[in-house]
Write a protein that binds this ligand. Structure first.
Ligand SMILES: NC(=O)c1ccc[n+]([C@@H]2O[C@H](COP(=O)([O-])OP(=O)(O)OC[C@H]3O[C@@H](n4cnc5c(N)ncnc54)[C@H](OP(=O)(O)O)[C@@H]3O)[C@@H](O)[C@H]2O)c1
Length: 214
């Protein structure tokens, strides 16, 4: 199955590609800088040009699933956050609908239920993510919204805490990017995650068991 990974060159996206390949899928890395092509191909992806701030039809066409793991990053000005994380992701959702994508797996964030209770410096970002999530919930695609706490780069332990909401994000609500990637890829094989939104952080429940409890 062709799976478009948006944000493939990012720290989480790089974990997603080999996991998709190992699960028997054809990962397609959407990249905006073709210098990244050799690295993406070495991970096992085909490459397609695409930028969330530009028309996306060419990149999205022919994919059964879209995995959204891109983000404007914490160092960009608020206008850029709105442009990429809200308008860009809205455009990705609407293009996916037009191109008959069946499954859309969104990497969102904890605290998007109630951005006003989040850290002040993150509120514009949480609002942008919340707006994109709300649009995805109106979609007829089979969607899943995965909402991690703060991401870290320690190795995966495949042990999670998972719930529809785990409350406000803080320094104790962390999760490995590798585990986030594993959850996103595992969602494809877990139909119980269709049309669900859930938070995830490092925890004590084995990943498969945690996902099955949703
Ligand atoms: N950091 C956290 O603690 C945290 C917590 C919760 C959720 N999240 C979310 O998790 C996701 C992944 O985070 P991460 O830290 O793994 O990502 P990252 O390493 O910052 O990578 C971001 C990715 O997004 C891509 N990107 C940025 N602007 C783009 C655009 N206009 N069009 C297409 N692609 C674009 C980048 O591509 P280039 O290589 O071309 O720049 C890169 O592949 C993001 O959605 C983020 O909001 C993060």
């Amino acid at each position: 199955m062709n799976v478009l990974v948006v944000g493939a060159s990012g720290k989480t996206g790089r974990h997603i590609i080999p996991l998709l390949k190992a699960a028997g899928h054809t990962p397609r890395a959407m990249i905006r800088n073709f210098d990244q092509r050799p690295e993406m191909e070495a991970l096992g992806a085909e490459c397609v040009a695409g930028d969330l701030e530009k028309p996306l039809g060419y990149a999205v066409r022919g994919n059964w699933t879209v995995m959204m793991a891109a983000g404007s990053g914490s160092k960009t000005p608020p206008e850029k956050t709105v442009e990429v994380d809200f308008h860009g992701v809205l455009s990705l959702i609407e293009t996916s609908e037009r191109m008959n994508v069946r499954r859309f797996i969104m990497l969102s964030s904890m605290n998007t239920d109630d951005p006003e209770t989040g850290p002040e410096k993150l509120r514009h970002y949480l609002n942008a993510k919340a707006g994109a999530d709300a649009r995805l919930r109106q979609s007829l695609m089979n969607w899943t919204i995965v909402r991690p706490g703060y991401l870290h780069d320690e190795p995966s332990h495949e042990m999670l805490e998972i719930a529809p909401s785990l409350g406000p994000v803080d320094e104790n609500t962390r999760i490995s990017r590798e585990d986030v990637a594993k959850v996103m890829v595992a969602c494809m094989a877990h139909d119980n995650t269709v049309n669900k939104t859930f938070d995830i952080i490092d925890g004590k429940t084995p990943l498969k068991e945690a996902l099955e409890s949703i």
